[in-house]
Design a protein around this ligand. Structure first.
Ligand code: B1M
Length: 212
Protein backbone atom coordinates (compact mmCIF):
# COMPACT_ATOMS: atom_id res chain seq x y z
CA UNK A 1 0.00 0.00 0.00
CA UNK A 2 2.84 2.40 0.90
CA UNK A 3 4.65 1.58 -2.35
CA UNK A 4 1.61 2.98 -4.15
CA UNK A 5 1.79 6.13 -2.08
CA UNK A 6 5.47 6.64 -3.04
CA UNK A 7 4.50 6.29 -6.70
CA UNK A 8 1.51 8.59 -6.26
CA UNK A 9 3.77 11.21 -4.67
CA UNK A 10 6.27 10.92 -7.53
CA UNK A 11 3.40 11.37 -10.01
CA UNK A 12 1.94 14.33 -8.08
CA UNK A 13 5.29 16.18 -8.11
CA UNK A 14 5.88 15.40 -11.77
CA UNK A 15 2.46 16.78 -12.64
CA UNK A 16 3.04 19.82 -10.44
CA UNK A 17 0.10 19.01 -8.16
CA UNK A 18 1.21 20.92 -5.06
CA UNK A 19 -1.69 20.11 -2.73
CA UNK A 20 -1.54 16.41 -3.53
CA UNK A 21 2.26 16.40 -3.12
CA UNK A 22 1.95 17.92 0.35
CA UNK A 23 -0.91 15.59 1.33
CA UNK A 24 0.89 12.42 0.22
CA UNK A 25 4.10 13.51 1.94
CA UNK A 26 2.13 13.84 5.16
CA UNK A 27 0.48 10.43 4.61
CA UNK A 28 3.92 8.81 4.29
CA UNK A 29 5.25 10.61 7.37
CA UNK A 30 2.18 9.66 9.40
CA UNK A 31 2.78 6.03 8.39
CA UNK A 32 6.25 6.28 9.94
CA UNK A 33 8.33 6.64 6.74
CA UNK A 34 11.76 8.19 7.28
CA UNK A 35 11.86 11.73 5.82
CA UNK A 36 15.04 11.00 3.84
CA UNK A 37 13.42 7.96 2.27
CA UNK A 38 10.60 10.16 0.99
CA UNK A 39 13.16 12.51 -0.56
CA UNK A 40 15.22 9.76 -2.13
CA UNK A 41 12.48 7.36 -3.18
CA UNK A 42 9.73 9.72 -4.30
CA UNK A 43 10.79 13.35 -4.70
CA UNK A 44 14.22 13.11 -6.32
CA UNK A 45 12.98 10.48 -8.84
CA UNK A 46 10.12 12.85 -9.75
CA UNK A 47 12.51 15.68 -10.55
CA UNK A 48 14.84 13.30 -12.40
CA UNK A 49 11.91 12.18 -14.55
CA UNK A 50 10.97 15.79 -15.25
CA UNK A 51 14.61 16.57 -16.07
CA UNK A 52 14.81 13.67 -18.52
CA UNK A 53 11.54 14.67 -20.20
CA UNK A 54 12.79 18.26 -20.47
CA UNK A 55 16.00 17.09 -22.11
CA UNK A 56 13.93 15.08 -24.62
CA UNK A 57 11.59 18.02 -25.32
CA UNK A 58 8.62 16.11 -23.86
CA UNK A 59 7.97 18.90 -21.32
CA UNK A 60 8.97 22.57 -21.31
CA UNK A 61 9.92 25.32 -18.87
CA UNK A 62 6.40 25.90 -17.40
CA UNK A 63 5.96 22.20 -16.56
CA UNK A 64 9.39 22.09 -15.02
CA UNK A 65 8.64 25.17 -12.91
CA UNK A 66 5.35 23.82 -11.56
CA UNK A 67 6.95 20.45 -10.79
CA UNK A 68 9.74 22.24 -8.93
CA UNK A 69 7.13 24.19 -6.95
CA UNK A 70 5.34 20.98 -5.95
CA UNK A 71 8.71 19.56 -4.90
CA UNK A 72 9.31 22.71 -2.84
CA UNK A 73 5.93 22.31 -1.12
CA UNK A 74 6.76 18.72 -0.12
CA UNK A 75 10.27 19.72 0.95
CA UNK A 76 8.86 22.48 3.19
CA UNK A 77 7.23 19.72 5.27
CA UNK A 78 10.27 17.44 5.22
CA UNK A 79 13.14 19.93 5.62
CA UNK A 80 12.57 20.73 9.34
CA UNK A 81 12.48 16.99 10.11
CA UNK A 82 15.73 16.39 8.24
CA UNK A 83 17.37 19.30 10.02
CA UNK A 84 16.12 18.05 13.41
CA UNK A 85 17.56 14.62 12.63
CA UNK A 86 20.91 16.23 11.77
CA UNK A 87 20.65 15.20 8.12
CA UNK A 88 22.23 17.85 5.96
CA UNK A 89 22.75 17.83 2.22
CA UNK A 90 26.18 16.50 1.33
CA UNK A 91 27.11 19.31 -1.05
CA UNK A 92 26.68 23.08 -1.13
CA UNK A 93 26.40 25.12 -4.31
CA UNK A 94 26.44 28.90 -4.60
CA UNK A 95 24.53 30.11 -7.64
CA UNK A 96 23.91 33.53 -9.15
CA UNK A 97 23.58 35.65 -12.26
CA UNK A 98 26.76 37.59 -13.06
CA UNK A 99 27.32 41.31 -12.67
CA UNK A 100 25.41 43.48 -15.15
CA UNK A 101 22.85 40.77 -15.86
CA UNK A 102 19.32 40.77 -14.44
CA UNK A 103 17.94 37.59 -16.04
CA UNK A 104 17.06 35.01 -13.42
CA UNK A 105 14.46 32.57 -14.74
CA UNK A 106 17.02 30.02 -15.97
CA UNK A 107 19.18 30.49 -12.89
CA UNK A 108 16.16 29.90 -10.64
CA UNK A 109 15.34 26.73 -12.53
CA UNK A 110 18.87 25.42 -12.10
CA UNK A 111 18.72 26.30 -8.38
CA UNK A 112 15.41 24.48 -7.95
CA UNK A 113 16.67 21.39 -9.76
CA UNK A 114 19.82 21.34 -7.63
CA UNK A 115 17.69 21.59 -4.48
CA UNK A 116 15.61 18.74 -5.86
CA UNK A 117 18.82 16.72 -6.13
CA UNK A 118 19.46 17.41 -2.42
CA UNK A 119 22.13 20.09 -2.81
CA UNK A 120 22.24 22.89 -0.26
CA UNK A 121 21.78 25.86 -2.60
CA UNK A 122 22.83 29.39 -1.69
CA UNK A 123 21.19 31.67 -4.26
CA UNK A 124 23.07 34.98 -4.31
CA UNK A 125 20.64 36.52 -6.82
CA UNK A 126 21.22 38.67 -9.88
CA UNK A 127 23.83 41.29 -10.88
CA UNK A 128 26.33 39.61 -8.57
CA UNK A 129 29.91 40.98 -8.37
CA UNK A 130 32.87 38.55 -8.05
CA UNK A 131 33.51 39.38 -4.40
CA UNK A 132 29.97 38.31 -3.47
CA UNK A 133 30.44 34.90 -5.12
CA UNK A 134 33.78 34.51 -3.33
CA UNK A 135 32.36 35.52 0.08
CA UNK A 136 29.37 33.19 -0.28
CA UNK A 137 31.57 30.26 -1.37
CA UNK A 138 33.87 30.81 1.63
CA UNK A 139 31.15 31.37 4.23
CA UNK A 140 29.23 28.28 3.18
CA UNK A 141 32.17 25.99 2.38
CA UNK A 142 30.72 25.47 -1.08
CA UNK A 143 32.06 22.74 -3.35
CA UNK A 144 30.48 24.34 -6.41
CA UNK A 145 29.79 27.82 -7.78
CA UNK A 146 27.28 28.21 -10.61
CA UNK A 147 27.30 31.27 -12.85
CA UNK A 148 24.48 32.24 -15.18
CA UNK A 149 24.57 34.85 -17.96
CA UNK A 150 22.01 35.62 -20.67
CA UNK A 151 23.66 38.56 -22.40
CA UNK A 152 26.65 38.45 -24.71
CA UNK A 153 27.75 41.67 -22.97
CA UNK A 154 27.87 39.98 -19.56
CA UNK A 155 29.72 36.84 -20.67
CA UNK A 156 33.12 38.48 -19.93
CA UNK A 157 32.00 38.91 -16.30
CA UNK A 158 32.19 35.12 -16.03
CA UNK A 159 35.89 35.19 -16.81
CA UNK A 160 36.40 37.95 -14.26
CA UNK A 161 34.74 35.77 -11.62
CA UNK A 162 36.69 32.62 -12.58
CA UNK A 163 39.97 34.62 -12.40
CA UNK A 164 38.99 36.29 -9.10
CA UNK A 165 38.07 32.95 -7.52
CA UNK A 166 41.35 31.38 -8.58
CA UNK A 167 43.28 34.46 -7.38
CA UNK A 168 41.45 34.22 -4.04
CA UNK A 169 42.77 30.66 -3.67
CA UNK A 170 39.42 28.92 -4.10
CA UNK A 171 41.03 26.31 -6.33
CA UNK A 172 39.04 23.40 -4.95
CA UNK A 173 35.69 25.01 -5.70
CA UNK A 174 34.34 23.80 -9.03
CA UNK A 175 32.83 26.42 -11.36
CA UNK A 176 29.89 25.56 -13.59
CA UNK A 177 28.50 28.03 -16.12
CA UNK A 178 25.38 28.27 -18.24
CA UNK A 179 22.89 30.54 -19.99
CA UNK A 180 21.60 30.93 -23.53
CA UNK A 181 24.75 32.45 -25.14
CA UNK A 182 27.21 30.17 -23.32
CA UNK A 183 29.02 27.29 -25.03
CA UNK A 184 31.43 24.56 -23.99
CA UNK A 185 34.10 26.32 -26.00
CA UNK A 186 33.59 29.50 -23.99
CA UNK A 187 33.78 27.51 -20.75
CA UNK A 188 37.12 26.06 -21.92
CA UNK A 189 38.39 29.49 -22.90
CA UNK A 190 37.72 31.07 -19.51
CA UNK A 191 38.86 28.07 -17.47
CA UNK A 192 35.47 27.12 -16.00
CA UNK A 193 35.17 23.48 -14.90
CA UNK A 194 32.02 22.79 -16.85
CA UNK A 195 29.15 24.07 -18.99
CA UNK A 196 25.63 22.82 -19.12
CA UNK A 197 22.97 23.75 -21.69
CA UNK A 198 19.93 23.27 -19.44
CA UNK A 199 18.78 22.82 -15.86
CA UNK A 200 18.47 19.05 -15.99
CA UNK A 201 21.96 18.54 -17.41
CA UNK A 202 23.21 21.05 -14.83
CA UNK A 203 22.28 18.59 -12.09
CA UNK A 204 24.18 15.76 -13.81
CA UNK A 205 27.18 18.03 -14.30
CA UNK A 206 27.05 19.28 -10.69
CA UNK A 207 27.15 15.68 -9.42
CA UNK A 208 30.05 14.88 -11.72
CA UNK A 209 32.04 17.95 -10.69
CA UNK A 210 31.63 17.56 -6.93
CA UNK A 211 32.43 13.84 -7.12
CA UNK A 212 35.64 14.45 -9.10
CO1 B1M B 1 16.27 39.87 -21.92
N1 B1M B 1 17.44 39.45 -23.43
N2 B1M B 1 17.06 41.66 -21.85
N3 B1M B 1 14.98 40.20 -20.53
N4 B1M B 1 15.50 38.26 -22.39
C1 B1M B 1 17.40 38.09 -23.93
C2 B1M B 1 18.44 37.22 -23.23
C3 B1M B 1 17.69 38.28 -25.48
C4 B1M B 1 18.31 37.06 -26.18
C5 B1M B 1 16.38 38.73 -26.18
C6 B1M B 1 16.59 39.03 -27.66
O1 B1M B 1 17.05 40.06 -28.00
N5 B1M B 1 16.24 38.10 -28.52
C7 B1M B 1 18.61 39.51 -25.46
C8 B1M B 1 20.12 39.23 -25.37
C9 B1M B 1 20.84 39.49 -26.66
C10 B1M B 1 22.28 39.21 -26.52
O2 B1M B 1 22.92 39.46 -25.56
N6 B1M B 1 22.82 38.63 -27.56
C11 B1M B 1 18.08 40.26 -24.24
C12 B1M B 1 18.27 41.64 -24.00
C13 B1M B 1 19.00 42.42 -25.08
C14 B1M B 1 17.82 42.28 -22.82
C15 B1M B 1 17.98 43.76 -22.45
C16 B1M B 1 19.34 44.39 -22.75
C17 B1M B 1 16.84 44.50 -23.14
C18 B1M B 1 16.89 46.00 -23.00
O3 B1M B 1 16.68 46.51 -21.93
N7 B1M B 1 17.22 46.65 -24.11
C19 B1M B 1 17.69 43.74 -20.93
C20 B1M B 1 18.96 43.52 -20.12
C21 B1M B 1 18.74 43.66 -18.64
C22 B1M B 1 19.97 43.17 -17.90
O4 B1M B 1 20.06 42.00 -17.67
N8 B1M B 1 20.89 44.07 -17.60
C23 B1M B 1 16.79 42.55 -20.83
C24 B1M B 1 15.80 42.41 -19.88
C25 B1M B 1 14.93 41.34 -19.78
C26 B1M B 1 13.74 41.28 -18.83
C27 B1M B 1 14.00 41.94 -17.47
C28 B1M B 1 12.58 41.98 -19.50
C29 B1M B 1 13.43 39.74 -18.79
C30 B1M B 1 14.13 39.01 -17.65
C31 B1M B 1 13.21 38.66 -16.50
C32 B1M B 1 13.87 37.75 -15.52
O5 B1M B 1 14.77 36.98 -15.81
N9 B1M B 1 13.39 37.85 -14.29
C33 B1M B 1 14.06 39.28 -20.10
C34 B1M B 1 13.75 38.05 -20.73
C35 B1M B 1 12.63 37.25 -20.11
C36 B1M B 1 14.46 37.58 -21.86
C37 B1M B 1 14.16 36.35 -22.73
C38 B1M B 1 12.92 36.69 -23.55
C39 B1M B 1 13.92 35.03 -22.02
C40 B1M B 1 15.03 34.59 -21.07
C41 B1M B 1 14.53 33.42 -20.23
O6 B1M B 1 14.12 33.60 -19.11
N10 B1M B 1 14.47 32.22 -20.85
C42 B1M B 1 15.49 36.24 -23.60
C43 B1M B 1 15.21 35.71 -25.00
C44 B1M B 1 15.42 34.22 -25.07
O7 B1M B 1 16.27 33.65 -24.38
N11 B1M B 1 14.65 33.59 -25.90
C45 B1M B 1 16.08 37.57 -23.42
C46 B1M B 1 13.94 31.01 -20.22
C47 B1M B 1 15.02 30.34 -19.35
C48 B1M B 1 14.47 29.10 -18.69
O8 B1M B 1 16.07 29.98 -20.20
O9 B1M B 1 17.63 31.63 -19.13
O10 B1M B 1 18.32 30.32 -21.20
P1 B1M B 1 17.57 30.39 -19.93
O11 B1M B 1 18.09 29.23 -18.97
C49 B1M B 1 18.22 27.90 -19.39
C50 B1M B 1 19.62 27.55 -19.91
O12 B1M B 1 20.27 28.64 -20.53
C51 B1M B 1 20.33 26.99 -18.74
O13 B1M B 1 19.30 26.34 -18.00
C52 B1M B 1 18.10 27.09 -18.10
C53 B1M B 1 16.95 26.11 -18.09
O14 B1M B 1 17.08 25.11 -19.02
N12 B1M B 1 21.03 27.85 -17.78
C54 B1M B 1 22.03 27.34 -17.01
C55 B1M B 1 20.83 29.13 -17.44
N13 B1M B 1 21.67 29.47 -16.46
C56 B1M B 1 22.42 28.39 -16.17
C57 B1M B 1 23.42 28.19 -15.23
C58 B1M B 1 24.01 26.93 -15.18
C59 B1M B 1 23.62 25.91 -16.01
C60 B1M B 1 22.62 26.09 -16.94
O15 B1M B 1 24.97 26.63 -14.30
C61 B1M B 1 25.24 27.54 -13.27
Amino acid sequence: MLMNTFQELTDAVEKGNRKEAARLTQVLLDAGTAPLEIVESALVPAMSNVGEKFKNNQVFVPEMLIAARAMKEAMAIIQPLLTAAGIVPKYTAVIGTVQGDLHDIGKNLVAMMLKGANFNVIDVGINVPPEKFIAAARENNAQLVGLSALLTTTMPAMKTIVDAMRAAGLNNVKIMIGGAPITQQFANEIGADGYSPDAASAVDLAHKLVAA
